[in-house]
Design a protein around this ligand. Structure first.
Ligand code: DGL
Length: 275
């Protein structure tokens, strides 16, 4: 499948590059734009190769490298946000080693805030199989697991097929999968032994937030990562002197590795989710 060669708009200066397997990373782009509306952005959806979550780690790593190369060499990005938990887990270390001068931000499931916020100290994690089986995730979990302040027990649930259903806009299927996966976590609630906090460990799942909350119930706190990632990105850009000084609103450019119909679907999703 060929990469979309849509012309690069002239007003796109040195943008922030953001990528995901599909529309999921739009939940991160939405938070970035809300916090830094004057920046230029290029969003790259790797729809020809989505979903990533059930692929081999080496495949996801190679896709992340290919997308980063294109964003750096053709679109001249000043910073990269890997708006995908699966790709962050598989590739962020290699990307940082390969592009040492580039500011690179990744996303990871919000285990730390969840452990701090949970009262029952029992946290459910919904994520892709790739993320949950990665070494990066295991290390994060091990650092926060157990008794004590800021620690918790984590119940992990791989959600095969969920990102694909959300990507396809198939809410009947995504609701059914969510009911199955949330049901498999065990008892939810604020009593001892129950899960009172749920982590959405895949950027696609943020677009199913309402369904998650409805299925899990009002007593469960649901966390996604858009806002903290945006704040972290702003901090890094500020430290590197890379924040856009202009104050007249930034440009946004969409690309995708899939068919023209997929690019159209991405445009429609962007219109829907990013005001
Ligand atoms: N949105 C991605 C993530 O955060 C990947 C979903 C997928 O492609 O399976 O993990």
């Amino acid at each position: 499948m060929s990469t979309s060669r849509a012309a690069i708009p002239a007003q796109l200066g040195t943008p922030i590059g953001v990528f995901d397997s599909g529309i999921g990373g739009l939940s991160i782009l939405r938070a970035l734009r809300a916090l830094m509306p004057n920046e230029d952005y290029v969003y790259y959806a790797d729809t020809a190769y989505a979903p990533y979550g059930e692929r081999e780690e080496v495949f996801v790593m190679e896709r992340a490298q290919a997308l980063t190369r294109e964003l750096v060499e053709r679109l001249h990005i000043k910073a990269l946000v890997v708006a995908c938990n699966t790709a962050t887990a598989a590739a962020i270390a290699q990307l940082r080693a390969q592009w040492p001068g580039l500011t690179i931000v990744g996303v990871e499931p919000a285990l730390k805030p969840a452990a701090a916020l949970s009262r029952t100290k029992r946290v459910g994690v919904l994520a892709t199989r790739g993320t949950l089986s990665s070494e990066k995730f295991s290390l994060l979990k091990a650092s926060l697991e157990g008794q004590g302040q800021g620690q918790a027990d984590f119940v992990l649930q791989p959600c095969d097929g969920l990102a694909a259903a959300i990507e396809a806009g198939d809410s009947r299927r995504s609701d059914a999968l969510l009911a199955q996966y949330i049901g498999a976590l065990g008892p939810l609630g604020w009593h001892e032994g129950q899960i009172d906090t749920l982590v959405l460990g895949c950027t696609h799942y943020a677009f199913a937030m309402d369904a998650v909350q409805r299925i899990a119930g009002p007593q469960v706190r649901v966390l996604e990562t858009g806002e903290p990632v945006a704040r972290h990105t702003q901090r890094l850009l500020g430290d590197a002197g890379l924040l856009q000084p202009r104050a007249d609103g930034g440009a946004m450019h969409l690309r995708c590795s899939g068919s023209p119909a997929m690019l159209e679907a991405l445009r429609a999703a962007t219109k829907r989710w990013i005001p």
